[in-house]
Design a protein around this ligand. Structure first.
Ligand code: PGA
Length: 249
């Protein structure tokens, strides 16, 4: 079973003050011994967060990266730059990137490749819309998004993925997937991974994201195929985030 991972996704939120407060709180926290923690902060806060989180258990992550290594791409940030300032992970294919910034499966694959090329762990986000779920296509959409990336990778690259299932209808809405709904999709992802390789299915951490909070995390994390969480709103509140970390131990 993969080590549980709780990753906070600040999105376009936070401040230097919050970075400092998290650094202090995580340094003081008595976290479960079998737990990995990560914080995905906005680009300008990566460097201060690397300093604030030094000596804590939390790893640093970016929220996206360019599909190019360098060059005339105004406003973009490369995987190399993320590595340079201490990031170890990067979100790829978050539904907000897919819907608001037009990243399709090919764009997601290109970014996963870039992340792997520079030694970042890509946290590949998958998720169906409410319309797709209501039409009975939720699982097929999620598995299709997975295949669009995993089919194109080599076995050793697949084994370096983290996968986050984030039903779009549960993100930022306060409407969480029930533990049973989430477990059912996680199990389908695990089964699909096993068709590549049984060891891969056992090794790749499957995170749930979508309104994970201090009061529902334990039930979600108790599901056999939910190995952790990708936490948005609740990752901006230190007490809530630490409470979620405690329920993952
Ligand atoms: P949420 O966001 O926890 O605020 O629903 C999760 C995410 O989008 O990563």
């Amino acid at each position: 079973m993969p080590t549980p991972l709780i990753a906070g996704n600040w999105k376009m939120n936070g401040s230097l003050n919050l970075v400092e407060s998290f650094g202090q709180a995580l340094a003081d926290a008595d976290l479960p011994s079998r737990l990995e923690v990560a914080l995905m902060v906005p680009f300008p806060y990566l460097e201060p967060a690397a300093r604030a989180l030094a000596g804590t258990r939390a790893a640093l992550g970016g929220q996206t990266l360019s599909d190019q290594p360098s060059g005339a791409f105004t406003g973009e940030v490369s995987g190399e730059m993320l590595r340079d300032v201490g990031a170890r992970l990067v979100l790829v294919g978050h539904s907000e990137r897919r819907t608001l910034f037009g990243e399709d499966d090919a764009a997601v694959l290109a970014r996963v490749r870039r992340a792997l090329d520079v030694g970042l762990t890509p946290v590949l986000c998958l998720g169906e819309t409410l319309e797709e779920r209501d039409a009975g296509r939720g699982e097929a959409v999620v598995i299709g998004q997975l295949e669009a990336v995993a089919d194109a990778l080599e076995a050793d690259q697949r084994s370096r993925l983290v996968i986050a299932y984030e039903p779009v209808w549960a993100i930022g809405t306060g409407r969480t997937a029930s533990p049973e709904q989430a477990q059912s999709v996680h199990a389908a992802i695990r089964r699909r991974l096993a068709t590549y390789d049984d060891a891969l299915a056992e090794r790749v951490p499957l995170l749930y994201g979508g309104s994970m909070k201090a009061d529902n995390a334990a039930d979600l994390l108790a599901q056999p195929d939910i190995d952790g969480g990708l936490v948005g709103g609740a990752s901006l509140k230190i007490d809530d985030f630490l409470a979620i970390c405690q329920s993952a131990g």
